[in-house]
Ligand binder design. Sequence first.
Ligand code: ADP
Ligand code: MG
Length: 329
Amino acid sequence: MNSVPASATGGFPLLSLSGVSRHFQVDQATVTVLDNITLAIDAGEMVAIMGPSGSGKSTLMNILGCLDTPTHGHYRVEGQDVQQLDNDARAQLRRERFGFIFQRYHLIPSLSVLDNVEIPARYAQHTRAFREDNALRLLARLGLADFARRDVTRLSGGQQQRVSIARALMNGGEIILADEPTGALDSQHGREVMHLLQALHRQGHTVIIITHDPQIAQYARRIIQLSDGKILSDQPNPAPGEQANLILVPPETFAINTPPSARRSWRARWDGATDVLHSAFGTLRAHRLRSSLTLLGIVIGIISVVSLNAAGEGARKYVLNTLSTLGET
Ligand code: ADP
Ligand code: MG
């Protein structure tokens, strides 16, 4: 799928950084991690941002994904300056347009595969039925239908990364940001993940891959090289490596544009409340020893307070009784 030129998105590139710098304060010294970055990414592109460890790739990804804001310069999504949005609007932008994939998957071990995939839709306040339906379709689309009810910890690394890809697609995943998505995988599973990302790009998703590995960067159609927080080069890659003809079920089967009726209804609110209880009990179950020790601590605390109160009350009555006896004589 070719990228959509800026003119097709109202004259603005999908994502644009102009003069972006990011500084951190470390022990009273200012460290410049990104230095005056200017670049634009159009809808439907597949871009690799490549550089050695410490070159500022993850910092750049955090800014692109609205997880962080620049110290100087402007980051715009379809012309909208992200710094001008308040926290809620930024969270909404992140939730509805971005899907994240991380090197170590960042799945929640106490939840099942299905529950992990559903998480972004919970934050978007969809009803449970709607979430489950879409999560199951996504899992089937990624070849994980049989694993939906399983604990994520019982899956291999490659399967866990596919679960995290399903999670990235849950709210549509229009823009997919993948930070070293193959970093924890062997070469075969790494290739599978890259073929999946290529297939998603062919279906119209904008895919941005952060990597230190030139071989992984070769899967993309444009390679941006970063060094010490600066762009060294920004080149098209006319012959992206290893185009596997992986066919995914077309995106019509999942929710790129979710109906507003399925959101923020009383049903969605009720589902949200019961989900909180469900997660709380799930976490208690997953950490049995810790939970029982905490419970024991609470019981001992309550018994101590009640006993001290009773002892205090007993002593008070004894003193009063003694005093009243003294008065009689
Ligand atoms: P990469 O992903 O390319 O390995 P990062 O973007 O994670 O690089 O980090 C680039 C540099 O910025 C590193 O030297 C790191 O120590 C520093 N850095 C990142 N985040 C912070 C922070 N919150 N505070 C201080 N220094 C940071
Ligand atoms: Mg990094």
